[in-house]
Design a protein around this ligand. Structure first.
Ligand code: BV8
Length: 242
Protein backbone atom coordinates (compact mmCIF):
# COMPACT_ATOMS: atom_id res chain seq x y z
CA UNK A 1 0.00 0.00 0.00
CA UNK A 2 1.20 3.51 -0.77
CA UNK A 3 2.22 4.71 2.71
CA UNK A 4 1.35 8.36 3.00
CA UNK A 5 -0.93 10.53 5.08
CA UNK A 6 -4.06 11.01 3.01
CA UNK A 7 -5.93 14.26 3.51
CA UNK A 8 -9.30 13.47 1.92
CA UNK A 9 -10.77 9.96 1.80
CA UNK A 10 -13.90 8.97 -0.13
CA UNK A 11 -15.33 5.53 0.59
CA UNK A 12 -17.97 3.86 -1.64
CA UNK A 13 -19.78 0.86 -0.17
CA UNK A 14 -22.14 -1.66 -1.73
CA UNK A 15 -24.20 -4.63 -0.63
CA UNK A 16 -21.07 -6.75 0.06
CA UNK A 17 -20.26 -4.79 3.22
CA UNK A 18 -23.61 -5.82 4.73
CA UNK A 19 -23.51 -9.45 3.52
CA UNK A 20 -21.93 -10.81 6.73
CA UNK A 21 -24.60 -9.03 8.75
CA UNK A 22 -27.07 -11.33 7.02
CA UNK A 23 -28.47 -8.94 4.39
CA UNK A 24 -28.52 -10.70 0.98
CA UNK A 25 -26.55 -8.94 -1.79
CA UNK A 26 -28.04 -8.47 -5.23
CA UNK A 27 -25.92 -10.44 -7.64
CA UNK A 28 -24.28 -13.15 -5.58
CA UNK A 29 -25.62 -16.69 -5.24
CA UNK A 30 -28.88 -16.52 -3.29
CA UNK A 31 -28.98 -12.77 -3.94
CA UNK A 32 -32.09 -10.62 -4.31
CA UNK A 33 -32.07 -10.62 -8.08
CA UNK A 34 -32.32 -14.43 -8.02
CA UNK A 35 -35.66 -14.23 -6.23
CA UNK A 36 -37.09 -11.00 -7.62
CA UNK A 37 -36.72 -9.62 -11.15
CA UNK A 38 -35.19 -6.15 -10.94
CA UNK A 39 -37.70 -4.93 -13.57
CA UNK A 40 -40.58 -6.04 -11.32
CA UNK A 41 -39.50 -4.36 -8.08
CA UNK A 42 -36.84 -1.68 -8.62
CA UNK A 43 -38.16 0.62 -11.37
CA UNK A 44 -40.80 3.39 -11.36
CA UNK A 45 -42.72 1.48 -14.05
CA UNK A 46 -42.89 -1.58 -11.77
CA UNK A 47 -44.33 0.61 -8.99
CA UNK A 48 -46.91 2.16 -11.32
CA UNK A 49 -47.92 -1.29 -12.52
CA UNK A 50 -48.06 -3.10 -9.19
CA UNK A 51 -47.47 -0.81 -6.20
CA UNK A 52 -48.49 -3.38 -3.59
CA UNK A 53 -46.05 -6.00 -4.97
CA UNK A 54 -43.21 -3.45 -4.90
CA UNK A 55 -44.25 -2.25 -1.42
CA UNK A 56 -44.24 -5.90 -0.27
CA UNK A 57 -40.63 -6.32 -1.57
CA UNK A 58 -39.53 -3.34 0.52
CA UNK A 59 -41.75 -4.21 3.51
CA UNK A 60 -40.01 -7.61 3.62
CA UNK A 61 -36.53 -6.06 3.45
CA UNK A 62 -37.45 -3.42 6.07
CA UNK A 63 -38.59 -6.19 8.45
CA UNK A 64 -35.34 -8.15 7.83
CA UNK A 65 -33.23 -5.05 8.46
CA UNK A 66 -34.65 -4.68 11.97
CA UNK A 67 -33.32 -8.16 12.86
CA UNK A 68 -29.67 -7.68 11.76
CA UNK A 69 -26.72 -5.73 13.19
CA UNK A 70 -23.67 -3.93 11.87
CA UNK A 71 -20.53 -6.04 11.40
CA UNK A 72 -16.80 -5.41 12.01
CA UNK A 73 -16.43 -3.73 8.61
CA UNK A 74 -19.11 -1.10 9.43
CA UNK A 75 -17.47 -0.45 12.81
CA UNK A 76 -14.01 -0.13 11.23
CA UNK A 77 -15.23 2.61 8.86
CA UNK A 78 -16.84 4.47 11.77
CA UNK A 79 -13.52 4.24 13.67
CA UNK A 80 -11.65 5.58 10.61
CA UNK A 81 -13.99 8.59 10.44
CA UNK A 82 -13.52 9.23 14.20
CA UNK A 83 -9.75 8.83 14.33
CA UNK A 84 -8.47 9.95 10.94
CA UNK A 85 -7.41 13.64 10.99
CA UNK A 86 -8.27 14.15 7.30
CA UNK A 87 -11.74 14.45 5.74
CA UNK A 88 -13.61 11.11 5.43
CA UNK A 89 -16.81 10.90 3.34
CA UNK A 90 -18.81 7.67 3.17
CA UNK A 91 -20.96 7.26 0.06
CA UNK A 92 -23.14 4.16 0.20
CA UNK A 93 -25.27 2.48 -2.45
CA UNK A 94 -26.89 0.54 0.38
CA UNK A 95 -30.32 1.43 1.68
CA UNK A 96 -29.73 -0.20 5.08
CA UNK A 97 -28.85 1.85 8.19
CA UNK A 98 -25.94 -0.32 9.37
CA UNK A 99 -23.33 2.41 8.79
CA UNK A 100 -25.34 4.78 11.02
CA UNK A 101 -25.82 2.13 13.68
CA UNK A 102 -22.05 1.43 13.65
CA UNK A 103 -21.40 5.13 14.35
CA UNK A 104 -20.54 6.64 10.94
CA UNK A 105 -21.79 10.23 10.69
CA UNK A 106 -20.79 11.76 7.33
CA UNK A 107 -22.84 9.47 5.07
CA UNK A 108 -24.49 10.00 1.68
CA UNK A 109 -27.15 7.41 0.82
CA UNK A 110 -26.99 7.86 -2.96
CA UNK A 111 -29.69 5.20 -3.55
CA UNK A 112 -31.92 6.30 -0.68
CA UNK A 113 -32.89 4.61 2.59
CA UNK A 114 -35.09 1.59 3.31
CA UNK A 115 -36.30 3.09 6.62
CA UNK A 116 -37.61 6.22 4.88
CA UNK A 117 -40.86 6.66 2.92
CA UNK A 118 -41.82 9.49 0.54
CA UNK A 119 -45.29 10.79 -0.34
CA UNK A 120 -45.51 11.35 -4.10
CA UNK A 121 -48.52 13.63 -3.56
CA UNK A 122 -46.99 16.16 -1.14
CA UNK A 123 -43.26 15.29 -1.14
CA UNK A 124 -43.15 14.59 2.62
CA UNK A 125 -40.27 12.20 3.56
CA UNK A 126 -40.44 10.42 6.90
CA UNK A 127 -38.74 7.61 8.83
CA UNK A 128 -40.68 4.43 9.53
CA UNK A 129 -40.06 0.86 10.68
CA UNK A 130 -43.61 -0.07 9.65
CA UNK A 131 -44.99 -1.68 6.48
CA UNK A 132 -46.55 0.64 3.90
CA UNK A 133 -49.44 -0.11 1.53
CA UNK A 134 -51.31 1.84 -1.14
CA UNK A 135 -54.04 2.25 1.49
CA UNK A 136 -51.68 3.83 4.06
CA UNK A 137 -52.46 7.56 4.44
CA UNK A 138 -49.57 10.05 4.30
CA UNK A 139 -48.94 11.38 7.84
CA UNK A 140 -48.61 14.91 6.42
CA UNK A 141 -51.30 15.38 3.74
CA UNK A 142 -53.46 12.42 4.84
CA UNK A 143 -53.92 11.38 1.20
CA UNK A 144 -53.76 7.66 0.29
CA UNK A 145 -52.01 6.00 -2.65
CA UNK A 146 -48.97 8.31 -2.75
CA UNK A 147 -46.53 6.58 -0.38
CA UNK A 148 -43.41 4.85 -1.83
CA UNK A 149 -40.05 3.70 -0.46
CA UNK A 150 -37.58 6.63 -0.38
CA UNK A 151 -35.11 4.70 -2.55
CA UNK A 152 -33.65 5.35 -6.03
CA UNK A 153 -34.93 2.90 -8.63
CA UNK A 154 -33.31 2.12 -11.99
CA UNK A 155 -33.84 5.03 -14.35
CA UNK A 156 -34.14 7.49 -11.42
CA UNK A 157 -31.53 10.10 -10.48
CA UNK A 158 -29.36 9.10 -7.50
CA UNK A 159 -29.26 11.60 -4.60
CA UNK A 160 -26.54 14.23 -3.89
CA UNK A 161 -24.50 13.48 -7.02
CA UNK A 162 -23.06 17.03 -7.19
CA UNK A 163 -21.63 16.69 -3.68
CA UNK A 164 -20.30 13.22 -4.50
CA UNK A 165 -18.65 14.32 -7.75
CA UNK A 166 -17.06 17.30 -5.96
CA UNK A 167 -15.53 15.02 -3.33
CA UNK A 168 -14.36 12.47 -5.91
CA UNK A 169 -12.44 15.18 -7.76
CA UNK A 170 -10.75 16.40 -4.57
CA UNK A 171 -9.97 13.18 -2.68
CA UNK A 172 -6.50 11.61 -2.54
CA UNK A 173 -7.71 8.17 -1.43
CA UNK A 174 -10.74 6.37 -2.94
CA UNK A 175 -11.90 3.08 -1.39
CA UNK A 176 -14.56 0.84 -2.98
CA UNK A 177 -15.86 -1.81 -0.59
CA UNK A 178 -18.29 -4.69 -1.31
CA UNK A 179 -19.58 -3.53 -4.67
CA UNK A 180 -19.68 -5.41 -7.99
CA UNK A 181 -19.09 -2.21 -9.97
CA UNK A 182 -22.04 -2.95 -12.24
CA UNK A 183 -24.48 -0.13 -11.40
CA UNK A 184 -23.92 3.39 -12.75
CA UNK A 185 -23.13 6.14 -11.98
CA UNK A 186 -21.53 4.57 -8.83
CA UNK A 187 -19.48 2.12 -10.93
CA UNK A 188 -17.83 5.10 -12.66
CA UNK A 189 -16.67 6.82 -9.44
CA UNK A 190 -13.24 5.15 -9.48
CA UNK A 191 -12.51 6.67 -12.89
CA UNK A 192 -13.24 10.20 -11.61
CA UNK A 193 -11.02 9.78 -8.55
CA UNK A 194 -8.21 8.12 -10.49
CA UNK A 195 -8.21 10.94 -13.05
CA UNK A 196 -8.05 13.40 -10.17
CA UNK A 197 -4.88 11.67 -8.91
CA UNK A 198 -6.35 9.68 -6.00
CA UNK A 199 -4.86 6.37 -4.86
CA UNK A 200 -7.67 3.84 -5.57
CA UNK A 201 -8.12 0.71 -3.48
CA UNK A 202 -10.68 -2.08 -3.94
CA UNK A 203 -11.70 -4.15 -0.89
CA UNK A 204 -14.02 -6.97 -1.99
CA UNK A 205 -14.68 -10.69 -1.85
CA UNK A 206 -13.52 -11.02 -5.44
CA UNK A 207 -12.45 -8.69 -8.30
CA UNK A 208 -15.29 -6.36 -9.33
CA UNK A 209 -16.08 -5.36 -12.91
CA UNK A 210 -13.90 -2.24 -12.35
CA UNK A 211 -10.97 -4.05 -10.67
CA UNK A 212 -8.41 -3.01 -13.34
CA UNK A 213 -8.97 0.67 -12.56
CA UNK A 214 -7.76 0.30 -8.98
CA UNK A 215 -4.09 0.69 -7.95
CA UNK A 216 -4.40 -1.68 -4.99
CA UNK A 217 -6.68 -4.65 -4.16
CA UNK A 218 -7.43 -6.61 -1.00
CA UNK A 219 -9.73 -9.60 -1.48
CA UNK A 220 -11.56 -11.45 1.27
CA UNK A 221 -14.62 -11.07 3.49
CA UNK A 222 -15.25 -7.41 4.43
CA UNK A 223 -15.14 -8.23 8.16
CA UNK A 224 -11.49 -9.24 7.64
CA UNK A 225 -10.09 -6.98 4.91
CA UNK A 226 -11.76 -3.72 6.02
CA UNK A 227 -10.63 -3.66 9.68
CA UNK A 228 -7.14 -4.73 8.56
CA UNK A 229 -6.93 -1.93 6.00
CA UNK A 230 -8.22 0.67 8.48
CA UNK A 231 -5.56 -0.41 11.01
CA UNK A 232 -2.81 0.02 8.38
CA UNK A 233 -4.14 3.51 7.58
CA UNK A 234 -4.25 4.52 11.26
CA UNK A 235 -0.84 2.96 11.98
CA UNK A 236 0.75 4.95 9.14
CA UNK A 237 -0.34 8.08 11.06
CA UNK A 238 1.47 6.91 14.21
CA UNK A 239 4.63 6.16 12.17
CA UNK A 240 4.44 9.69 10.71
CA UNK A 241 4.46 11.09 14.23
CA UNK A 242 7.57 9.15 15.30
C1 BV8 B 1 -29.33 6.66 -13.39
C2 BV8 B 1 -32.37 0.61 -5.17
C3 BV8 B 1 -29.59 8.64 -14.72
C4 BV8 B 1 -32.70 0.47 -3.78
C5 BV8 B 1 -30.57 0.35 -6.68
C6 BV8 B 1 -30.65 1.15 -19.26
C7 BV8 B 1 -31.87 1.69 -18.85
C8 BV8 B 1 -31.98 2.51 -17.72
C9 BV8 B 1 -30.86 2.80 -16.97
C10 BV8 B 1 -29.66 2.24 -17.39
C11 BV8 B 1 -29.53 1.44 -18.51
N1 BV8 B 1 -28.23 1.05 -18.61
C12 BV8 B 1 -27.53 1.58 -17.60
C13 BV8 B 1 -28.39 2.31 -16.85
C14 BV8 B 1 -28.08 3.03 -15.66
C15 BV8 B 1 -28.55 2.17 -14.50
C16 BV8 B 1 -27.61 0.98 -14.37
O1 BV8 B 1 -26.46 1.16 -14.00
N2 BV8 B 1 -28.11 -0.22 -14.69
C17 BV8 B 1 -27.24 -1.39 -14.58
C18 BV8 B 1 -28.06 -2.60 -14.13
C19 BV8 B 1 -26.57 -1.60 -15.95
N3 BV8 B 1 -28.45 3.03 -13.35
C20 BV8 B 1 -29.53 3.75 -12.98
O2 BV8 B 1 -30.62 3.65 -13.46
C21 BV8 B 1 -29.23 4.77 -11.89
N4 BV8 B 1 -29.76 6.05 -12.29
O3 BV8 B 1 -28.51 6.18 -14.16
O4 BV8 B 1 -29.93 7.91 -13.55
C22 BV8 B 1 -28.25 9.26 -14.57
C23 BV8 B 1 -27.40 9.28 -15.66
C24 BV8 B 1 -26.15 9.85 -15.53
C25 BV8 B 1 -25.75 10.41 -14.33
C26 BV8 B 1 -26.61 10.38 -13.26
C27 BV8 B 1 -27.86 9.79 -13.36
C28 BV8 B 1 -29.93 4.37 -10.59
C29 BV8 B 1 -29.26 3.12 -10.06
C30 BV8 B 1 -29.84 2.82 -8.67
C31 BV8 B 1 -30.70 1.60 -8.74
N5 BV8 B 1 -31.14 1.25 -7.41
N6 BV8 B 1 -31.07 0.05 -5.51
C32 BV8 B 1 -32.70 -0.97 -3.44
O5 BV8 B 1 -33.69 -1.66 -3.76
O6 BV8 B 1 -31.69 -1.37 -2.85
S1 BV8 B 1 -29.20 -0.44 -7.27
C33 BV8 B 1 -28.72 -1.72 -6.30
O7 BV8 B 1 -27.49 -2.19 -6.90
C34 BV8 B 1 -28.34 -1.34 -4.89
O8 BV8 B 1 -28.35 0.02 -4.61
C35 BV8 B 1 -26.90 -1.86 -4.82
O9 BV8 B 1 -26.17 -1.25 -3.87
C36 BV8 B 1 -26.47 -1.56 -6.19
C37 BV8 B 1 -25.14 -2.05 -6.65
O10 BV8 B 1 -25.04 -3.38 -6.33
P1 BV8 B 1 -23.87 -3.77 -5.30
O11 BV8 B 1 -24.03 -2.96 -4.06
O12 BV8 B 1 -22.56 -3.67 -6.00
O13 BV8 B 1 -24.26 -5.25 -4.94
P2 BV8 B 1 -23.97 -6.56 -5.81
O14 BV8 B 1 -24.79 -7.65 -5.24
O15 BV8 B 1 -24.04 -6.23 -7.26
O16 BV8 B 1 -22.41 -6.87 -5.51
C38 BV8 B 1 -22.03 -7.25 -4.20
C39 BV8 B 1 -20.52 -7.28 -4.21
O17 BV8 B 1 -20.08 -7.57 -2.88
C40 BV8 B 1 -19.95 -8.35 -5.11
O18 BV8 B 1 -18.83 -7.82 -5.81
C41 BV8 B 1 -19.47 -9.44 -4.13
O19 BV8 B 1 -18.30 -10.08 -4.58
C42 BV8 B 1 -19.16 -8.63 -2.90
N7 BV8 B 1 -19.33 -9.36 -1.65
C43 BV8 B 1 -20.26 -10.32 -1.35
N8 BV8 B 1 -20.08 -10.74 -0.09
C44 BV8 B 1 -19.03 -10.03 0.42
C45 BV8 B 1 -18.54 -9.16 -0.57
N9 BV8 B 1 -17.50 -8.34 -0.38
C46 BV8 B 1 -16.89 -8.38 0.83
N10 BV8 B 1 -17.29 -9.20 1.84
C47 BV8 B 1 -18.34 -10.02 1.66
N11 BV8 B 1 -18.72 -10.83 2.67
Amino acid sequence: MMRRKFKHIVILTGAGISAESGIPTFRDKGGLWEKFRLEEVATPEAFQKNPDFVNEFYNLRRKELLKVRPNAAHYALAKLEREYPGKVLLVTQNVDDLHERAGSRKIIHMHGELLKVRCEKCGYVFKTHEEIFTTTPCPACRQKGGLRPHVVWFGEMPFQLEEIWENLQKCDLFLAIGTSGTVYPAAGFVEISRQAGAWCVELNLKPSAMADLFHEHHYGPATQVVPAFVEVLLESLVKDKN
